[in-house]
Write a protein that binds this ligand. Structure first.
Ligand SMILES: Nc1ncnc2c1ncn2[C@@H]1O[C@H](COP(=O)(O)OP(=O)(O)OP(=O)(O)O)[C@@H](O)[C@H]1O
Ligand SMILES: [Mg+2]
Length: 264
């Protein structure tokens, strides 16, 4: 009980540190500029033995994205990289253009053909074994001590990438560092601007179980209504601690966690 309260408090602290409550606002965004900005932000706090290196594409890397969410994703990844390099090391952030062809999409479940901006974050830290690698994106999965991590950082990154119709991959070997590759749809595709939602499928639900966490009653009610309407089963929680308790009890059944970025 004491532990779960502590974790709840930690969860809150983290969510508050890494997020600001704003409407999701997507606009044409140059990832090169975002990366420069995050680098400036990090350099004020980063330990001296950690170096940040950028390799940015020469042409603007334009995507349709919410700058605050992109910044949050980059910060979560950078903080993880720092945590993995307590003896120092290097974080390398790169941007480049990439194309998913049919072949790539056949071998990478969930990838859709098209042109993307690839954002790569690598570190020279302690890396992960297979067991950890297989769970990194799961909410509440952490290898850090109680009070040090909530296991939500990468779950959030994953959520952010998915809401941007993007794709994320994790490569890591024990003792030889970690690389995350994030692909976001390029806004300018072979000379024409993508129409918003051009490739979006019809809304269609499933029969999975979702844990919806939000402190605002009307959002929970709206969420339950919308999600149950399309077939999902929905649990709700109003705060981080409630969410953790529910998740501990029902994690076998819960397939997805929807989190408000700031919860009490
Ligand atoms: N760059 C990395 N190098 C090595 N291990 C990593 C790296 N990034 C993530 N991990 C592993 O994945 C786990 C989950 O990461 P995630 O960011 O989701 O949670 P966390 O860092 O443990 O906690 P939180 O981000 O909520 O503070 C980490 O506990 C760690 O074991
Ligand atoms: Mg983390």
């Amino acid at each position: 009980m004491h532990n779960s309260a502590k974790r709840g408090a930690e969860l809150t602290r983290q969510l508050l540190t890494f997020s600001r409550k704003v409407q999701s606002e997507r606009r044409p965004l140059d990832l090169n500029q975002e990366v420069e900005q995050v680098k400036n932000l990090l350099e004020r706090t980063i330990p001296k033995m950690i170096e940040i290196e950028l390799h940015l594409d020469k042409t603007p890397a334009i995507v349709s994205a919410d700058p605050i969410q992109v910044e949050q994703a980059l910060m979560n990844l950078a903080v993880n990289a720092m945590d993995a390099m307590s003896d120092g090391g290097k974080i390398i952030i790169e941007t480049e253009r990439a194309t998913f062809d049919e072949e790539f999409c056949r071998t990478h479940l969930g990838a859709r053909p098209g042109e993307y901006v690839l954002l790569t974050i690598s570190d020279t830290g302690h890396g992960m074994n297979k067991e950890i690698r297989e769970h990194v994106f799961e909410p509440f999965y952490t290898t850090k001590e109680v009070g040090k991590g909530t296991g939500l950082g990468l779950a959030m990154v994953y959520g952010i990438v998915k809401t941007h119709e993007g794709y994320i991959l994790c490569y890591s070997e024990l003792d030889s560092g970690t690389t995350f590759k994030i692909y976001l749809p390029a806004l300018v595709q072979s000379g024409h601007w993508r129409e918003a939602g051009e490739e979006d499928d019809q809304l269609k639900g499933g029969d999975e179980t979702i844990l919806l966490v939000d402190d605002e009653k009307y959002i929970r009610e709206l969420g339950v209504e919308l999600l149950t309407d399309v077939g999902y089963e929905v649990f709700t929680a109003t705060d981080g601690e409630g969410a953790l308790q529910l998740y501990r009890k029902e994690h076998q059944r819960i397939d997805l966690v929807i989190l408000d970025l700031v919860i009490p």
